[in-house]
Design a protein around this ligand. Structure first.
Ligand code: FES
Length: 149
């Protein structure tokens, strides 16, 4: 699905501005002992729960899911991040499969925001303390946004 607010990036194709939910597939649960059994990985279970809930809610085309291996947030796993061109990116930890709907709701609010800022009061109570860091948008994306391109 193409967002009606898509803008071009100087190339022929419009940029996909849907929120991207990057999910660490190799995360262990927060606090797990390094030698604890981890099959299947908690991150993989979280990813599968997100996919199931996106499908059940018919939201597969609203959020892009990007499975990856390790975001260097291992001590606070399961970890995921939200990003979108021109917006702050957010890294969250302490996630688990039971929070899939809350994470999806957060991603939808994030996707609707102009800058990516979602105040804690706009997130489900289960996610109030989940955000562990944020990263600014690439400067070129901010210029593009400011210029209304
Ligand atoms: S294994 Fe998931 S952040 Fe490192």
């Amino acid at each position: 699905m193409v967002d009606p607010e898509n803008r071009t990036n100087g190339e022929s194709e419009p940029r996909d501005r849907r929120p991207v939910l990057h999910i660490c597939m190799t995360c262990r649960p927060a606090g797990a002992a390094p030698d604890a059994p981890n099959d299947p990985a908690a991150g993989s279970e979280f990813h599968d729960a997100i996919q199931r809930r996106l499908s059940a809610r018919r939201l597969e085309s609203s959020i892009r899911v990007n499975p990856i291996n390790c975001m260097a947030n291992c001590e606070q796993g399961c970890s995921a991040a939200l990003s979108s061109p021109g917006k702050w990116s957010y890294i969250a930890g302490f996630l688990r499969a039971e929070l899939a709907d809350d994470v999806i709701d957060y991603a939808l609010v994030y996707g609707a925001s102009r800058t990516g800022v979602v105040m804690p009061s706009k997130r489900a109570p289960s996610l109030r303390d989940a955000v562990v860091a944020r990263v600014p948008a690439h400067p070129d994306d901010l210029l593009e946004q400011r210029d209304g391109a």
